[in-house]
Design a protein. Sequence first.
Length: 367
Amino acid sequence: MSLGSFIRKQFIDILQWNEDADGVLAWRHPMQDFEIQYGASLTVRESQMAVFTNEGKVADVFGPGMYKLTTQTLPVLTYLKNWDKLFESPFKSDVVFFSTRLQLGRRWGTAQPVTIRDSEFGMVRVRAFGIYSYRIADPGLFYREISGTRDTYTVDDLEEQLRNMVVATMSNTLGTSSVPFIDMAANQGLMSQSIATALGPVFERYGVKLDNFTVENVSLPEELQKALDTRIAIGMSGDLNKYTQYQTASSIPLAAQNEGGIAGVGAGLAAGAALGQTMAAGLGGLTGQGQGQTQQGQPAQNAAAAGVGAAGAAAGAATGNAPAGSGGGADPAQRLQQLKGMLDQNLITQQDYDAAKAEILKRLTGG
């Protein structure tokens, strides 16, 4: 190989980047000891930009297109090098290509719950996650603030920095928001727009443009979610008395599935009736304050609110052995009325009512 051929091979006459690897944001053209030939060709493809640097400083920036590198196309570099108009010698300069494609489907999320002040629940901890997309908008600024002199800079290198900015901005936005947590699910679109507006200037500081930001979910830690579920359940009941009656009524069909049905729950009628009276008295002491006394002639309603007492009362009404004060000593018509009242309140099933009614009629007829 001749000396002339060797020297010619040290000159670079074509500069371009094919983006062979996915996820690369910045790629430095390998220079080593090579020099760029005066009049060399620079090809910058769509979704790319190229930055020329001189002694670590950004000189010229090129958008998509094909350029012949001369003193006319490198004005800043020409000024920095103090080249005269007749300069036609090879020169050295770092050339970094940047990908300006949209980086889609980037995920963000809170590694730990974020404490915010909620207008309805006070201080609560929330988790959130979603997706966002961005692109490099100012490669010169991105070079100075982020990528620097590295040979390559990838999406993964940038992710941690961006996620931290997203979570910090999200926490501040949620903390100053007047939207209660229970309304956040219905306002996720507005929340996304609010956070995106706050994030825009933060991303631009690094030469990055936020294209889209979406909040997919906002949730409470498991223990707080259970507490919220309990509060919602009580709120749906209207008051504590109705909530207790709801729980009692829900338990009776399960009790009826035991051997002997409702009567089986009250097996040993004396013990069942005594337990029902005790529970009814205790419940009446808790829920009766400020609510007035139960109407006279309806003692079975107190027993029904106690769950097991209801079972004993139903069985007693059917057999004529109801406990004292429960109406068991009244005539059959009164016992049937008591049973019908319990059926209307859904405290016993139709099947239990029919069985008890049949038992009373059987005793009347002596069958």
